[in-house]
Design a protein around this ligand. Structure first.
Ligand SMILES: [Zn+2]
Length: 242
């Protein structure tokens, strides 16, 4: 008997567990799928709670297998997301869900571009963090070198040229940046953070917004004083060595 995973009072039981119909292969898959569905929900709620995406904005996904992902559905209000709303698709974009009749997020092509080109990536978060996105509205490059954690944990954060949300062009625009960056800003739109886990991608997203906030606070009260160049170079080196 498999045990339902529980995170922050979110419990999801796969129908095969509820009905007591078991097969070892399905149960094995359902444990991972159940775990990832719960993690996506927990992460989506955290993003909503922290104001990093509002309304139905943003979308999250996690790699279920080499060729399949779980992704949030189109139009869902993320703070109220439920595990059974999450959609399973393959890397060609075909629906494979056994559970959900929802359609995948309209921005699924962007997620697929990441998974196709970065086999190491297991989780993708696209959010609309207001302060980080505001930088793109004024053409301000992201100030990774403002504080040490920007250089050591995020590295350089490029701003990807604008592409209309939901179009294939969005995924194509990412391609030149994907190989060397885990954190991207999308011009006049949002952010993209990737990682080996949803937690890793979420930590990068929160850090991105925190540094954008610091930049704005500092700009209000005075002139920005950069870290010494020798220190910035050393911190950049520690990122590439990690
Ligand atoms: Zn978006």
């Amino acid at each position: 008997m498999t045990i339902p995973r529980q995170f922050n009072n979110v419990v999801y039981r796969h129908p095969t567990q509820v009905n007591g119909k078991k097969s070892n292969i399905i149960d094995h898959m359902s444990i991972l799928e159940t775990k990832l569905r719960n993690e996506i929900v927990r992460t989506a709620r955290q993003i909503a709670q922290n104001g990093l995406s509002r309304s139905s904005d943003g979308n999250l996904s996690a790699r279920l297998s080499e060729n399949r992902i779980l992704i949030t559905p189109a139009g869902a209000y993320k703070a109220w997301l439920q595990p059974d709303q999450i959609v399973q698709i393959d890397l060609d974009g075909n629906l494979c869900s056994r559970l959900s009749s929802n359609q995948p997020s309209s921005e699924y092509l962007m997620h697929l571009a990441v998974y196709r080109h970065r086999p190491d990536v297991k989780a993708v978060i696209h959010a609309h963090p207001p302060l980080a996105v505001a930088l793109t509205l004024i053409g301000q490059p992201f100030p990774s070198d403002l504080v040490p954690e920007g250089l050591t944990a995020l590295g350089d954060v490029p701003t990807v040229p604008y592409a209309r949300p939901g179009t294939a062009q969005m995924g194509e625009q990412l391609l030149p940046y994907l190989a060397n960056h885990d954190v991207l800003l999308l011009d006049h739109h949002g952010s993209l953070t990737v990682g080996k886990t949803l937690e890793e991608a979420l930590i990068k997203l929160e850090r991105l917004e925190a540094i954008a906030q610091l930049w704005m606070l500092a700009r209000k009260v005075g002139e920005l004083l950069p870290l010494p160049e020798i220190e910035r170079a050393a911190l950049r080196g520690s990122l590439s060595a990690s």
